[in-house]
Design a protein around this ligand. Structure first.
Ligand code: AKB
Length: 315
C-alpha cells in the first residue's frame, strides 16, 4: 500500500483508521474522502476530498488524480438505519461498493471493504459460527453484506482485483460514535456511564453479540492488507472477533470502575430482532491461521481503556 484512498473517512472506523494509516505510510499518502467536510484531524492532517460514493465519475477522478494504488471502501449505512430505510441503504451500500470495485479494476488497486456479523442470519449456527457456513440474513444490511462479499470474490476471480475483507463484530471506540448500528449499545453504555451514571439498553438482557475494540480492528485491517496474497484462501471475508458479550457483562465490568453505575432495559423491538438474527459468537480460527489475526484487548482491558479515555474527554 503506497497511495491509499479511504471512503467514509469521517465514519466510526475511518475517523481512527486515517490517522493510523498516515502514521504508518505518511501524511500525504492517505487521501481521506467523505460526503461532508467538518473540520477534524482527518480533514486537516492530510489530503481530503469531498466524495459521494454513488458518483462513479467523481470517484474515478480522485483515484486518477492521486495515483491511488489501494482503496479502503468504508462508506456504508449500518444495520438499524438500513432496516429503517432499506431502499436508500441498498442504493448507497451497493452502488458505492460497485463504483469502488470498478475503480479498483480500472486502476489496478488493492481493495478492502468491511463485511459484518450481519452477513449471517437466523439459520446460521449461533455458537462459534464457522468461517464457511449458511449465510441467509434477514436484514437489508445483511443482504448488502453477503452480496458485497460475493461481489468482492467475483472481482478477484474474474478481473484479478486483490480484494480482501473482514466480518467485523460490533466495534467499540472512544473517538467517533458509530450511528445506526445494532451493536452501538455497548459504545453508548460507556458514554452514559460517565455522563449519567445509568444506561437504558435497547438490547435485551441475555443477548450475546461479538465485539472488538477499535485498536484491534485497525490493526486487523493493516495486517490483512499487508499479508501475502498467496496466504489468503478466504478473502471475502474473514470472521474476526475479540469477545462475545451480553449487556449485563459490559455493565458488570463498568461497575468495577464506577460502582454506582446502573443498567436498565428499554428494548427496541427492531434492533432486538436484528440482534437475535445474528450469531452469539463467531469463530476466528481461519483468520488466525491464514494471516495471523490476533487481538490485544478483552472486555476488562477494553473497559479500563475506554473509561480512562472518555473520562479525560467528557469530564
Ligand atoms: C451494526 O451493528 O450494524 C454494525 C455491525 C455489526 O456491522 N456495528
Amino acid at each position: 500500500m503506497k497511495r491509499i484512498l479511504v471512503t467514509g473517512a469521517l465514519g466510526q472506523i475511518g475517523s481512527e483508521l486515517v490517522g493510523k494509516l498516515r502514521d504508518v505510510y505518511g501524511e500525504t499518502q492517505v487521501v481521506a474522502t467523505d460526503i461532508r467536510k467538518p473540520g477534524t484531524t482527518v480533514t486537516e492532517s492530510g489530503p481530503f476530498e469531498l466524495l459521494d460514493v454513488t458518483d462513479a465519475k467523481q470517484m474515478f477522478a480522485i483515484v486518477q488524480t492521486y495515483k491511488i494504488d489501494t482503496i479502503l471502501h468504508l462508506a456504508a449505512v449500518l444495520s438499524a438505519k438500513a432496516e429503517a430505510q432499506p431502499l436508500a441503504a441498498w442504493n448507497l451500500n451497493m452502488s458505492g461498493l460497485l463504483n469502488a470495485l470498478e475503480a479498483a479494476r480500472a486502476y489496478q488497486c488493492k481493495f478492502f471493504t468491511p463485511s459484518s456479523i450481519g452477513a449471517f442470519g437466523p439459520n446460521t449456527p449461533k455458537e462459534q459460527t464457522p468461517q464457511d457456513t449458511i449465510q441467509r440474513p434477514t436484514t437489508m444490511y445483511g443482504i448488502n453484506k453477503v452480496a458485497g462479499e460475493l461481489l468482492c470474490d467475483y472481482y478477484c476471480l474474474k478481473y484479478g482485483v486483490d480484494t480482501r475483507g473482514l466480518r467485523f463484530p460490533g466495534l467499540i471506540s472512544h473517538v467517533a460514535l458509530p450511528g445506526g448500528g445494532t451493536t452501538d449499545y455497548a459504545v453508548e453504555m460507556y458514554y452514559e456511564a460517565i455522563q449519567k451514571g445509568t444506561y437504558a439498553s435497547y438490547i435485551a438482557k441475555g443477548t450475546y453479540l461479538d465485539m472488538m475494540y477499535m485498536p484491534d480492528a485497525l490493526q486487523a485491517i493493516l495486517t490483512l492488507m499487508e499479508a501475502d496474497a498467496d496466504q489468503l484462501q478466504h478473502r471475502n471475508a474473514y470472521n474476526v472477533t475479540a469477545m462475545s458479550v451480553q449487556p449485563e457483562d459490559v455493565a458488570a465490568v463498568i461497575r468495577k470502575h464506577i460502582p454506582s453505575f446502573t443498567l436498565e432495559y428499554r428494548v427496541d423491538p427492531m434492533r432486538q430482532a436484528i440482534a437475535e438474527s445474528w450469531p452469539n459468537s463467531i469463530d476466528a480460527t481461519t483468520a488466525k491461521r491464514e494471516w495471523g489475526f490476533k487481538t490485544e484487548y478483552d472486555l476488562q482491558t477494553m473497559t479500563q481503556d475506554m473509561l480512562a479515555k472518555l473520562q479525560c474527554r467528557l469530564q
